[in-house]
Design a protein around this ligand. Structure first.
Ligand code: NCD
Length: 369
């Protein structure tokens, strides 16, 4: 089958290890990689604002000797005329060898991947997933802590809409003896599907709290996140929660000396600028890692898909065992799901222990009978 990266679980732990190994080799020997993608092109299709993710995809391809086409806003292209995700992706496929897509709707990158014969990388889909930020985070944890096992990881802030947190939990819960401390207000707790399908199902040790101060001394990794203003339906709720967690030197003084503080960035006010000078602040080192791991990923996906094509195993991801229903029987009620806007998209649902969930956004489906 065609290999895309839509969800971090699309990669085995062995594949993640391999990507980290290649990224570290690129860091040590950049010149050996400088023409590996000569003549290749990436299309960066960004429907939502981005600084680090887009810059790192584009510089990754340029540093591999390839080139870049794309858009950084849906107002700059035919999306503004109402073009669907499927048609935009099929157009990019006519000109590029690989696509990186960021979209404001959950499940958009999966829809793109199902419509093209080139690899698609999810560069963030709504409040759902962000697998390449997770690869960046894993490379950072590997370089800073030397291991993925036996870590207590505090995830703090917007755990409901923070897509980086969802993908990081999916990845880190596959390593040994990892404990998560989920720090958020009631309104921004981790989505139910992550709690049941990942944490509880795999018997992962986790605790939920609303106090950062109370758990600071226990943590090996503190992953701060921005409250995702753009995903709130009610701005008064955002106004109430804005600034709820602020990491400053006073709080950091109670932490372990080998803690690392991570953040996918951008920060608003959740980490005071004074923290930047503390050696435990890893977030700008984390940004740098983003380019190297994306170089490794682009190389790996192009190479794997070449092999699949040669072996004749090349098919697009499609229903993946999902079933189709008429919306009058079972429907997805998530207004942030790509199925709420994409024309001609089949309504597909996957059966789980707790009923059906939407194939695109993974939220529990609504039964109308
Ligand atoms: C994050 C994102 O876009 O989800 N940023 C990133 O990609 N580095 C986090 C955020 O926007 O808060």
């Amino acid at each position: 089958m065609k290999k895309d990266l839509i969800d971090i679980r699309d990669l085995s732990l062995a594949e993640i290890d391999e990507l980290i190994g290649v990224a570290e080799d690129i860091i040590d020997n950049p010149s050996q990689y400088s023409d590996k993608c000569k003549g290749r092109k990436i299309a960066t299709l960004f429907y939502e604002p981005s600084t680090r993710t887009r810059f790192s995809f584009e510089s990754a391809m340029l540093d591999l000797g390839g080139s870049v086409i794309g858009f950084s806003s849906p107002t700059d292209c035919s999306v503004a005329k109402g073009e669907s995700v499927a048609d935009t992706a099929r157009t990019a496929e006519c000109f590029a060898d690989i696509i990186a897509m960021r979209h404001y709707k959950d499940g958009a990158a999966f829809v793109a991947a199902s419509n093209v014969n080139i690899p698609v990388i999810n560069a963030g889909d709504g409040g759902h997933n962000h697998p390449t930020q997770t690869l960046t985070d894993l490379l950072t944890i590997h370089r800073e802590k030397g291991t993925f096992d036996n870590l207590t990881i505090g995830l703090c802030g917007d755990l409901k809409y923070g897509r980086t947190v969802h993908s990081l939990i999916a990845a880190m819960s596959r390593y040994s003896n990892v404990k998560f401390i989920l720090i958020s207000p009631e309104e921004l707790k981790i989505p139910e599907n992550i709690k049941t399908e990942i944490l509880e199902k795999n018997e992962i040790d986790f605790a939920e709290t609303d106090s950062l101060e109370a758990v600071m001394p226990e943590l090996d990794v503190l992953y701060m996140t921005r409250i995702q203003r753009e995903r709130f339906r009610d701005p008064t709720v955002y106004a109430r929660l804005e600034g709820i967690y602020i990491l400053d030197n006073e709080k950091l003084n109670t932490a372990k000396s080998d803690l690392i503080v991570m953040h996918p960035l951008p920060r608003v006010n959740e980490i005071a600028v004074e923290v930047d000078d503390d050696p435990r602040a890893a977030y700008f080192r984390q940004v740098k890692n983003g380019k190297f791991i994306r170089m490794a990923l682009i190389l790996k996906l192009l190479e794997l898909n070449e092999q699949e094509r040669v072996n004749g195993n090349f098919s697009k991801p499609s229903k993946l065992g999902a079933e189709s229903f008429d919306p009058s029987i079972i429907r997805c009620d998530n207004a942030r799901c790509i199925s709420s806007i994409e024309q001609g998209l089949e309504h597909l649902f996957v059966k789980t222990d707790n009923g059906y969930r939407c194939l695109y956004c993974e939220t529990k489906a609504h039964k109308s009978f």
